[in-house]
Design a protein around this ligand. Sequence first.
Ligand code: AVJ
Length: 323
Amino acid sequence: MSVLTRTAIRPDRHSNAHDAFARDVIDGLCARQKHLSAKYFYDAAGSRLFEEITRLPEYYPTRTELGILRARAADIVGPVEPGSVLVEFGSGAATKVRVLLGAVPHISAYVPVDISVDFMNGQATRLMRDFPRLDVLPVAADFTGPFELPAPARGRPLIGFFPGSTIGNFEPREASAFLRRAGHILGPGASLIVGADLVKDEAVLHAAYNDAAGVTARFNLNLLARINRELDADFDLDAFLHRAFYNRARARIEMHLVSLVRQRVRVAGHTIAFDADETIHTENSYKYTPVRFASLARNTGWTRRAMFTDADRYFSVHALIAK
Ligand code: AVJ
């Protein structure tokens, strides 16, 4: 089968993506509890910092999920019809999909969907080199919104892949909306593989988001650096501090950026005032129990065929099928 190259379109300062980013940032910084969406962490610098996080001794999710995928890839993917297409929601470094593609060679096309366009295109090129019989069809889109599958993927058996506990970034109702929308995009007969971090000992959770080397702090602060770079802002990165803690009542890690002083910041023509100790809420990372996740799936058009976990029960991979 031929290799299809498709370079996804790059958002620039005049694009809708840039305008949407500006709007979201201003809206978020004007709210009573200031907040920014975690999806904006992943510019080129942020994607590199996240890759660094995944190698930290304290950050167990990535290596634990990879271990589960390596040990059980064929069982996780389940039966594969000829011509099947793997659709990955938020593809990042595409490390995990390589494990699936290596173990299940009869997948014929791979559709990575990501907003970090340059990073995704680089990974797509490498995948085409390493899997020469695979069609790679990148889609430059925010997978949290509606998007169209590329024409060659339509009408084929579809397997969705949403690893990394990215679903943990969503509020419970957003997670439901995502699973329902994934069902519509993938269609009847589809399957969906989802990685979800599990509720566990709070000290383990706390350490994973407060690493000794300070990489998570740099990752969090990079959001302000990105806003400075892209939205003509003047955040002083030394005037904000990384804070991450486990909110037990809501079963989530919260990340914030704490303003160390009373200060004003200019962002895209607006002036944003901060009190000393006021925070910008930058991320929620929800943790699931196996039962909670099964009921989430059941309520959104899926049934769970199987769940896979590690010996410590730190992380879970769920194989869902459309009801
Ligand atoms: C990519 C959303 C799974 O929540 O653990 C890592 C992002 N934030 N360290 C997570 C993240 C801080 C990560 N996810």
